[in-house]
Design a protein around this ligand. Structure first.
Ligand code: C2E
Ligand code: MG
Ligand code: MG
Length: 624
């Protein structure tokens, strides 16, 4: 279980050893000269220098991130050789000095041996295979030396030396255990015992280096459990944890040998495959394994009294020799996994270039959107809403973004990105402020509307300062009369939020006169009972229903049902996307009273809207 920290530890010891040998070595050279054994001491020192040069080369050749597993193992073997060689040299100088007559040389040799043993037991504690033989190499000659004195004190010292060897081994074992424990904790996930994200990224980087050398391929599977949060939220974290352990047990049963499984966090797991020579084989193997895993994961789990069912979404990316880093491949698998989620979960997707382009584009939009407000690129257009007599009774504000690089970006494209990045809060405030200002300017110019609609994104609506900020803007731009014209359009996704809080926010805003409209009605998946709990004033029939009116009876029946329901619930109804006179006639014939769509007008600039309003005011009203 050698991770980056292990290698770094060993790597750091190399210069320490070199310094600990080169400098004191000079002293031994000097002593050798004093005692007439200069030549052997000099030869010994030359060997120390040669060993040091070897050490420097080893030190320089180490680069964890770019080394393949094979090269790293080879490097480590050489490194071990270097350490053995160094301690062997110290054992040699011991033998050389104790072979002399002068007693002072013996004292120095004994101290050298003990000193070197202490160094070995502390600095080499990361690997048993390093410190154990080294300690034997160093201490055995000392024990024998004392023993050979042949006197009682010699036997005692020999015993002491033996005891010291045991103590040093014990100390090194303890440090080794602590180090192993720390390494285990740093590289494993406590709940499942699988490797963790950090270890996995290091491992992947190693694999990539190996693939770069062999030119082969491998794959990554990123597995995300579907609706795991529901289990956690409804049955508690204990059950959630047990379920995760069961999932891991199944993964481990099915993942072939040579693959590595890790937990990235939460309910996300990742697997690297085996090496394949051919990309196509690799893709096939990845898909086959994914299908197998999904099938196995979907079998019922029995956790305590619960019988649980869970499916999984798997994103696949193919790893090949390339210059990108490990995170990039994980990101690719992640993108593919999100594609599965977006397409209804419970399936597999392989990352491809088209996804890659989409993500690049997404990132570019995200980057440029950050400057859009400051660069004054965001404007509002207003689409007229007309009543059954053809009078312009309202307007919906629709945001527009014109960027020098990207051109006109449709809101359906950038609003979701603004929501994901949180930028919607600032952007939404800008939209509100611009809208409020327009409403007041129109009022001052004699343009009186019954209602003025603004789209509110969920993320913006649920932001903690939303009510306070809206109130502040209203005080700045609107009087009570104008405030009563405001309609906030929300979408059915709101019911996925904390419904009590949503109702509370809506009621606070209603107290200032703001009304609420359910936009794109009929396209979401909200239940009628939930909708009925919301204090709504208006429903907007989604343009997909209106557009399909000409097509078949089913759609017509659907629109009629929505219109009837709105009338029972006493809600205003706006038909969106009215494009043809037939659609208008049909809706008029079924008591729909407000229309918005290209048939009357596309969204207009502030001035163009004012002009449209005036022209319509002059036109004779259509008889009811
Ligand atoms: P929405 O609120 O349902 O807005 C109506 C969309 O339908 C607008 O698209 C409008 O231009 C388009 N439309 C109107 N009449 C017709 C028609 O007759 N035929 C067709 N085919 N389309 C018609 P747009 O401006 O591209 O906006 C798309 C969506 O982006 C909006 O849907 C809304 O959900 C969101 N959006 C727009 N402005 C804002 C905003 O200021 N804030 C937030 N949060 N979302 C906005
Ligand atoms: Mg709308
Ligand atoms: Mg709509």
């Amino acid at each position: 279980m050698r991770d980056k920290r292990f290698y770094d530890f060993v790597h750091r010891q190399i210069p320490v050893f070199i310094m600990l040998s080169l400098l004191p070595g000079l002293g031994y050279l000097f002593l050798g000269w004093l005692n007439g054994i200069f030549t052997p001491a000099f030869v010994w020192y030359l060997m120390v220098i040669a060993g040091s040069i070897w050490g420097v080369t080893l030190y320089r050749n180490f680069d964890f991130d770019s080394m393949s597993e094979y090269r790293r193992n080879r490097w480590y073997r050489h490194c071990s050789g270097f350490f053995y060689a160094f301690f062997l040299l110290w054992a040699l100088i011991f033998l050389l000095y104790v072979g002399q007559e002068a007693a002072n040389l013996h004292y120095i040799a004994i101290f050298t041996e003990i000193g070197a043993s202490v160094v070995a037991s502390s600095l080499l504690s990361s690997d048993r295979r390093l410190y154990r033989p080294t300690l034997y190499i160093l201490m055995a000659p000392l024990i024998v030396y004392f023993f050979l004195i042949g006197e009682w004190y010699g036997y005692v010292l020999s015993l002491f030396a033996g005891t010291l060897t045991w103590v040093l081994l014990y100390a090194a074992n303890s440090s080794n255990q602590l180090l192993m424990q720390a390494t285990y904790q740093a590289t494993h996930d406590a709940l499942t015992g699988l490797h963790n994200r950090q270890y996995f990224i290091e491992h992947l980087q190693k694999r990539m280096n190996t693939l770069a050398e062999s030119g082969q391929f491998s794959f990554l599977l990123l597995i995300d459990l579907d609706h795991f949060k529901t289990v956690n939220d409804s049955l508690g974290h204990d059950i959630g944890d047990q379920l995760l352990r069961n999932v891991v047990a199944r993964l481990q049963q099915h993942v072939p040998e040579g693959c590595l499984t890790a937990r990235l966090g939460g309910d996300e797991f990742i697997i690297t495959g085996r090496d394949c020579v051919d990309r196509e084989i690799c893709e096939r193997e990845a898909l086959a394994l994914s299908e197998q895993l999904i099938a196995r994961l979907k079998e019922t789990y029995v956790v305590g009294p619960h019988h649980l069912y869970i499916s999984a979404s798997i994103g696949v990316s193919i790893i090949s020799a390339s210059s990108v880093n490990a995170n990039r491949f994980i990101k690719e698998a992640d993108i593919a996994m999100y594609e599965v989620k977006a397409k209804g979960r419970d399936g597999v997707f392989m990352f491809n270039d088209e996804m890659s382009r989409r993500v690049e584009k997404h990132l570019e939009i995200e980057r440029l959107l950050h400057f859009a407000l400051a660069n004054d690129e965001i404007t509002l257009h207003y689409q007229p809403q007309l009543d059954h007599r053809g009078r312009v009774m309202g307007a919906e504000s629709l945001v527009r973004w014109n960027n020098a690089e990207l051109g006109a970006v449709p809101p359906a494209r950038f609003i979701p990105i603004a929501e994901q990045t949180g930028l919607i809060v600032e952007l939404g405030m800008h939209i509100l402020e611009t809208g409020f200002r327009t409403l007041r300017e129109w009022h001052e110019a004699g343009i009186e509307l019954d209602q003025f609609s603004i789209n509110i994104s969920m993320r913006q609506f649920t932001h903690q300062h939303f009510v306070a900020q809206v109130t502040q803007l209203m005080q700045r731009y609107l009087d009570a009369g104008l405030a009563r014209k405001l309609v906030f359009e929300i979408t059915e996704s709101i019911v996925a939020e904390d419904i009590h809080r949503v109702i509370d926010v809506m009621n606070q805003l209603r107290a200032s006169g703001i009304r609420f409209s359910m936009d794109d009605f009929g396209t979401g998946y909200s239940s009628l009972s939930n909708l009925n709990r919301l204090p709504l004033d208006e429903i907007k029939i989604d343009r997909s229903f209106v557009g399909a009116l000409d097509q078949n009876e089913g759609h017509r029946a659907m629109v009629v049902t929505i219109l009837n329901m709105a009338s029972i619930l006493k809600l205003n109804i706006v038909a969106e996307g009215v494009e043809t006179v037939e659609q208008l006639d049909f809706l008029l014939g079924h008591d729909c009273r407000i229309f918005q769509g290209y048939f009357h007008s596309r969204p207009l600039t502030q001035d163009a809207f004012a002009q449209f309003y005036r022209e319509r005011a002059l036109a004779p009203a259509v008889a009811e």
